[in-house]
Ligand binder design. Structure first.
Ligand code: FAD
Length: 587
């Protein structure tokens, strides 16, 4: 097991900045593979291994906005009525794997192959799958689903199909089948298209969240030191004749910790680029404005920000069905169910979400030529590798463009009905649509030399007609799904937006502009791309211009794939561990 202590004055061989999803997976693997090396991981947040809000699947979402969250926000988004969007990120040992919504899936084969095609030899579906499987412990008693195709059963992070599927969700798969979406029982195998019950990152032994802090870290060797509640201010860089060398890191309290071999940034898509900027690596103008001396000119730092957007409609279920909302309006029942969970018994708190579907635009709306033409107009003659890939993917019949989730319980925007109002005590489900490849790209930068200042996050949501029309098509699809039997038979009214409230093109557009949210998948801000294409790291994850500074987290993904991110982030960490261990052994 790792040790938890004050840092050694002699320094460490490897320092990992950020004990999040990738950071803990990576440092655990380094401690297993490099037995003679000392490794330090520094995490800003606390360890919270006994926190029910993290561990209990049915409490997912309850930690957002708490002390375990960095609580970032975007700049006012010009194309979305100047709305400011929440940007939640885990500030706790385990990072965003501690606060995420537990969906456990994989993108389509061709999307991983794109890593190699944009200039990263060795990063493709075959290698990615091997790495994702290293992190995986897939256990489902229901072998009809997933069988053992494309899954591993002895890695650290547990994935399982929820044992509770509320009865009003029985109609989910038949409804989608009726709309032409086929059942997909093996979507961890590189084909995501279809309708399914998605796995969650849950350990079925006690039905608790499985995340990097409770599933990787206990496997670490004793030469891994974990330091919590310490914030790294910058990486100390020294010129050594053939580029810059990271000599260690400085904490916000001024402490310097030396790194003998390497410094690895795993602070996530919003903070790894900021740490590079605070260390003098980035765009000259941005560093000058923030009052940081530039050491390495790397204009790609903080650029290329891509994220999935979501938009949702909500339905009030008939009284004969019990939605998970009962846990919010019936405190006695909730306490009873929580006790059952604590005692390791079947509990409604086991539930984390179940019905998922992924489709191409052709499958979703029939004729996709208008959306394709809008995408072509946005991409135009751009040489941006991510934009070009996304356009190519729109004509690939194996890559989904739209995800629709049947999310149980109220997960809309206007809020669960307040106590004392007529609908308080009713149950709901939401249909959440997510656009898989929006063409709006943005940036995240520092704007001050204060390492504790919040980053300036500007994703540019809905900043082109393609993304806006895609969001409108997506939410209309949700209503079509809800109106299709057998799903139609379980609800009494569309609570949000309301069947009578939103029908015309203008009304749909307004609804989209008023209610679109993020689905929390920012990537690309330290992109693994050739330097001339705006890259920040090379295929071995080394920051250009440095010889011992790497970035290992979601920020290195050059193009936003479909699906949810965590399995790919663990895959990146496993791949990085292999690269770093091989380098250390002189291979
Ligand atoms: C609310 C939410 C819901 C999500 N839902 C899902 C889902 O259902 N399924 C899915 O697959 N994906 C989901 N995701 C996405 C997925 O969880 C993330 O993509 C992934 O966890 C990111 O991993 P990371 O290692 O890049 O960053 P993180 O896990 O965020 O790790 C970064 C770590 O660095 C620390 N840190 C930052 N700066 C410093 C510093 N200066 N000094 C020290 N420490 C620092 C942070 O505190 C954090 O612990 C969700 C994400 C969020 C936020």
């Amino acid at each position: 097991a790792p040790t938890q202590e004050a840092h050694s004055s002699k320094g460490y061989d490897y320092i990992v900045v950020g004990g999040g999803t990738a950071g803990l997976a990576l440092s655990t693997r380094l401690s297993q593979g490099l037995r003679d090396s000392s490794i330090l991981v520094i995490e800003a947040g606390p360890a919270a291994l006994d926190e029910l809000g993290i561990n209990v699947p049915g409490k997912k979402g309850s930690t957002l906005g708490t002390k375990y969250d960095w609580n970032f926000t975007t700049t006012p988004q010009e194309s979305v009525k100047n709305r400011v969007f929440a940007q939640n990120r885990g500030k706790v040992l385990g990072g965003s794997s501690a606060i995420n919504l537990l969906t456990y899936d994989r993108a389509s084969e061709h999307e991983y192959d794109a890593f190699e095609q944009v200039g990263n030899p060795g990063w493709n579906w075959t290698t990615f799958l091997e790495m994702m499987k290293r992190s995986e412990n897939f256990t489902s008693k229901n072998t009809e689903w997933y069988g053992d195709a494309g899954v591993n059963t002895n890695g650290p992070i547990h994935g399982t199909i929820n044992r509770i599927i509320p009865t009003h969700q029985d109609g989910w798969i038949p409804t989608m089948n009726r709309l032409g979406i086929e059942t997909n029982k093996e979507y961890l195998g590189g084909n995501l298209l279809g309708v399914s019950y998605s796995p969650n990152s849950i350990d079925p032994t006690h039905y608790n969240r499985s995340y990097s802090a409770n599933s990787y870290l206990p496997l670490a060797g004793p030469q891994l030191t974990v330091m919590t509640e310490k914030i790294v201010a910058k990486v100390n860089m020294k010129e050594d004749g053939c580029g810059y060398r990271a000599s260690g890191v400085t904490l916000t309290d001024g402490t310097f910790i030396a790194a003998r071999r390497e410094v690895i940034l795993s602070a996530g898509s919003f903070q790894s680029p900021g740490l590079l900027e605070h260390s003098g690596i980035g765009n000259r103008a941005i560093l000058a404005k923030a009052g940081v001396e530039q050491l390495i000119d790397l204009p790609g730092v903080g650029e290329n920000l891509q994220d999935h957007i979501r938009i949702q409609s909500t339905y009030q279920v008939k009284k004969n069905y019990t939605s998970i909302d009962i846990l919010r309006y019936n405190p006695e029942y909730a306490a009873e169910q929580l006790q059952l969970w604590v005692d390791g018994k079947l509990s409604l708190y086991d539930y984390a979400g179940s019905g998922y579907s992924f489709m191409t635009w052709k499958q979703a709306i029939g004729n996709d030529s208008e959306l394709l033409a809008l995408a072509q107009a946005v991409v135009g003659t751009s040489t941006n590798p991510a934009l070009k890939k996304k356009l190519e993917w729109m004509s690939d019949p194996t890559i989904p463009q739209l995800e629709v989730i049947m999310s149980d319980g109220y997960t809309g925007v206007k809020g669960y009905p307040a106590p004392g109002t007529p609908l308080y005590g009713e149950g709901f489900f939401s249909l959440i649509a997510a656009i898989m490849h929006p063409l709006s790209h943005g940036s995240v930068h520092i704007n001050s030399s204060d390492p504790l200042a919040k980053p300036i996050i500007d994703p540019n949501y809905l900043s082109n007609e393609h993304d806006l029309q895609a969001a409108i098509a997506a939410i209309k699809k949700c209503r079509q799904i809800a109106l299709t039997p057998p799903l139609r038979d379980v609800w009494v009214s569309e609570y949000e937006p309301g069947l009578n409230n939103v029908n015309t093109d203008q009304e749909w557009k307004d609804f989209v502009l008023n209610t679109t949210l993020t689905i929390y998948h920012p990537v690309g801000t330290c992109a693994m791309l050739p330097r001339g294409d705006g890259g920040v790291v090379d295929p071995k994850l080394r920051v250009y211009g440095t010889n011992n500074l790497r970035v290992v987290d979601a920020s290195i993904m050059p193009v936003l794939m479909s699906a949810h991110m965590q399995t790919a982030v663990y895959g990146v960490a496993e791949m990085a561990a292999e690269i770093i261990i091989n380098d250390a052994r002189g291979h």
